[in-house]
Design a protein around this ligand. Structure first.
Ligand SMILES: [Fe+2]
Ligand SMILES: [Fe+2]
Length: 203
C-alpha cells in the first residue's frame, strides 16, 4: 500500500468509526493508534498497517450485543465458543468481520489483529501483538495497578509485554470469577505463562 492509499483508508475509517463509536471509545481508539504506530516503528513493523488496524480494532464495540452476536454467528458458524458467556470478546470477532466486509483489500493480518485483540492466541504475528499491547497501554487509559509496568515491559520487549498483559488479564478474569476464553488459555500455554492465582494478582 502506498502512502496515498494509506491516507485514503485512514480518512474513510475515521469517518466510519466516528459514526459507530461513542466519544470515549473514539478517544481510546486514537490512543491505541498513537501507541501502535510508535510500537511498529520501534519494532520494525509497518506503521501504516498498525495505524489502520488500531483504528479498526474496536469498530464493533458500541453495536448492541445482540448484533455483535448475530454477526459472529453468521461469520463463524462453527465457533461454538462465541457465546454470550464471553460477551466482552464478541466485538473483536464481529469487528474483524465488519472491517473485512468494508475494506476487503486490506491485508489479512489487519483482520487477524482485530479479531484477536481481546483474547490473544498462540503464535501471534507482530502486528497482532502490537494491537493487543497498544489496546492495554494506550495513553488515555485510566490508571490501574500494573499499567506502568505493562508500558515498561512492552516498550522494552514486545513478547515480554504480551506475556505480562496476558498474565494480568487472566488474573483479572479469575479474580472476577469469570471463565477464561479457551483461546486465551491456549495462548497462556503457548507462551508458557504460569497462571497467577486470584490472591496473588495484587502485589
Ligand atoms: Fe476491544
Ligand atoms: Fe480497545
Amino acid at each position: 500500500m502506498d502512502y496515498q492509499d494509506y491516507l485514503r483508508y485512514r480518512s474513510d475509517i475515521l469517518d466510519w468509526i466516528s459514526l459507530r463509536l461513542k466519544n470515549s471509545r473514539y478517544t481510546h481508539t486514537l490512543g491505541v493508534e498513537q501507541t501502535a504506530v510508535t510500537l511498529a516503528r520501534k519494532f520494525g513493523q509497518d506503521p501504516n498497517l498498525a495505524s489502520l488496524a488500531a483504528l479498526l480494532h474496536d469498530n464493533a464495540k458500541n453495536l448492541d450485543l445482540d448484533e455483535q452476536f448475530a454477526i459472529c454467528k453468521k461469520a463463524y458458524p462453527k465457533k461454538f465458543s462465541l457465546t454470550m458467556d464471553y460477551a466482552s470478546i464478541l466485538h473483536a470477532f464481529a469487528g474483524a468481520e465488519e472491517a473485512r466486509k468494508r475494506y476487503p483489500d486490506l491485508p489479512l493480518d489487519v483482520f487477524e489483529a482485530i479479531r484477536y485483540h481481546t483474547t490473544g492466541r498462540p503464535g501471534m504475528s507482530d502486528l497482532e501483538k502490537i494491537i493487543y499491547c497498544a489496546d492495554f497501554i494506550e495513553p488515555n487509559r485510566e490508571p490501574f495497578e500494573g499499567l506502568d509496568e505493562a508500558r515498561k515491559q512492552v516498550f522494552s520487549n514486545l513478547d515480554d509485554g504480551l506475556c505480562y498483559i496476558l498474565r494480568h488479564t487472566t488474573a483479572y478474569i479469575n479474580g472476577k470469577g469469570k471463565k477464561l476464553y479457551p483461546l486465551t488459555a491456549k495462548a497462556m500455554k503457548y507462551y508458557k505463562i504460569v497462571e497467577e492465582s486470584t490472591n496473588t494478582k495484587k502485589k
